[in-house]
Design a protein around this ligand. Structure first.
Ligand code: C5P
Length: 209
């Protein structure tokens, strides 16, 4: 059975939590597509000693290994910014396209989260959900995730980081972040995790019938 759940939306809106829960509920595979861009961005930064060379980034994206995705430094703000820079490069996106498309249409069902899953990677996805939340709520949530590893972090810094990234992701020419026309909009600003997950699971269940 092929069944794709595409979950898109801006940074720290809750896509990962919802995606993992949906995948678990239905026994689907789960791909966090942001990790592909984060791994490419971090490697490109390392290779260029802090400066990303687009010509190099394409090759890195095309040759990512599982070990690159398993690195424990991909969740930082630095990795997020590097990801968003390489993600604006058409060659990098092209290099990552086929892997994601094959993942989406694998047998047994798949959940993918990202920015362009429902619009570009898998427009034929059976379920498309666009997850949002207010900037302040997203910043607060991401702050709580990051502050332990970085005690001098402030919510304002996280808010700025999210804004810069969202603006770049929404404004780029190639595969900009946007909701597919037929996506269900899920604003998690006033929802608990359980409520948001339940709405997503209900949407998937009604399409599976
Ligand atoms: O989802 P996450 O915050 O980990 O994504 C990191 C960055 O990767 C995003 O800010 C975006 O620039 C890029 N990305 C993308 N398309 C995707 C997933 C992530 O452009 N499908």
């Amino acid at each position: 059975m092929k069944f794709t759940v595409a979950i898109d939306g801006p940074a720290a809106a809750g896509k990962g939590t919802i995606s993992r829960a949906v995948a678990e509920e239905f026994g689907f595979a789960y791909l966090d597509s942001g990790l592909l861009y984060r791994a490419t961005g971090v490697k490109a930064l390392e290779d260029g000693r802090g400066v990303i060379d687009p010509a190099n980034a394409e090759g890195l994206a095309a040759n990512l290994l599982q070990t690159d995705l398993d690195r424990n430094d991909l969740r930082t703000a630095l990795a997020g910014q590097a990801a968003s820079k390489v993600a604006a490069m058409p060659e990098v996106r092209a290099a990552l396209l086929e892997f994601q498309q094959n993942y989406a249409r694998r047998d047994g069902g798949a959940v993918l989260d990202g920015r362009d899953i429902g619009t570009v990677i898998c427009p034929e996805a059976e379920v498309k959900i666009y997850v949002t939340a207010s900037n302040e709520i997203r910043a607060e949530r991401r702050y709580k995730e990051l502050v332990q590893a970085k005690p001098d972090l402030t919510v304002t810094q996280v808010l700025n980081d999210i804004r810069v990234r969202d603006d770049r992701d929404a404004a780029r020419d190639v595969s900009p972040m946007r909701a597919a026309d037929d996506a269900l909009l899920l604003d998690t600003s006033k929802l608990s995790i359980g409520e948001a997950v339940l709405q997503a699971i209900t949407a998937v269940r009604s399409c599976l019938k």
